[in-house]
Design a protein around this ligand. Structure first.
Ligand SMILES: Cc1cc2nc3c(=O)[nH]c(=O)nc-3n(C[C@H](O)[C@H](O)[C@H](O)COP(=O)(O)O)c2cc1C
Length: 172
């Protein structure tokens, strides 16, 4: 059975709540909060599957608890080959629609650089209203955007559907 790690950075608790729901949906998954439970990059090695969660801040940047680990990954390039990775995170498509959930793409680029297998959990852009997102690639988001500010009523069903899709695509 694949070991699943859900690593999450969340300032206001929205992406954290999503991660907790994913923990229920992915049997046996372990939840690692980047502020409280994360020690170093070696923690990624314990898992076969990484579900990487971050809200977007600033000008489309990952949440603050991801800043140092991503910087380290970008420089040290730990070997993540063989790891299947998918991304999710909160944003605000209305007030911050010029950089909606752009953090997902920035994280994907760095995980890819470290040799991880990405491309799982890509999600349709239909149903969202935003101006621009770095995370839109070939007409899909490179992960699951959630938006509790404008579309809270859709979050639970999005997470449920996404978890089914990811399980199928990763064959886990
Ligand atoms: C100062 C500030 C900057 C933000 N920048 C972005 C952004 O660039 N893109 C985006 O999609 N959301 C942006 N947001 C919205 C947050 O991502 C959103 O509130 C999210 O729900 C926070 O999730 P969290 O509670 O998991 O941290 C911003 C919010 C604030 C207050």
């Amino acid at each position: 059975m694949s070991k699943i790690g859900i690593f999450v950075g969340s300032s206001g608790g929205v992406t954290q709540a999503a991660a907790e729901k994913l923990e229920e949906l992915f049997d046996g998954a372990e939840l690692i909060n980047m502020e409280e439970d994360y020690d170093d990059l070696e923690q990624f090695e314990e898992f076969d599957v990484l579900l990487i969660g971050s809200s977007t801040w600033g000008q489309g940047d990952p949440q603050r608890d991801w800043v140092d680990p991503l910087y380290e990954m970008d420089n040290d390039e730990p070997d993540l080959s063989g790891k299947k990775v998918a991304f999710f995170g909160a944003g605000d498509q209305d007030t911050h629609g010029e950089h909606f959930v752009s953090a997902l793409a920035k994280m994907e680029d760095i995980f890819k650089k470290c040799g991880a297998s990405t491309g799982f959990g890509y999600w349709p852009t239909e149903g969202y209203m935003y101006k621009f997102s770095l995370s839109e690639k070939d007409g899909k988001f490179c992960g699951l955007p959630i938006d509790d500010i404008n579309q809270e009523e859709l979050t639970e069903s999005r997470l449920t559907e996404w978890s089914k899709q990811v399980r199928q695509e990763m064959d886990i």
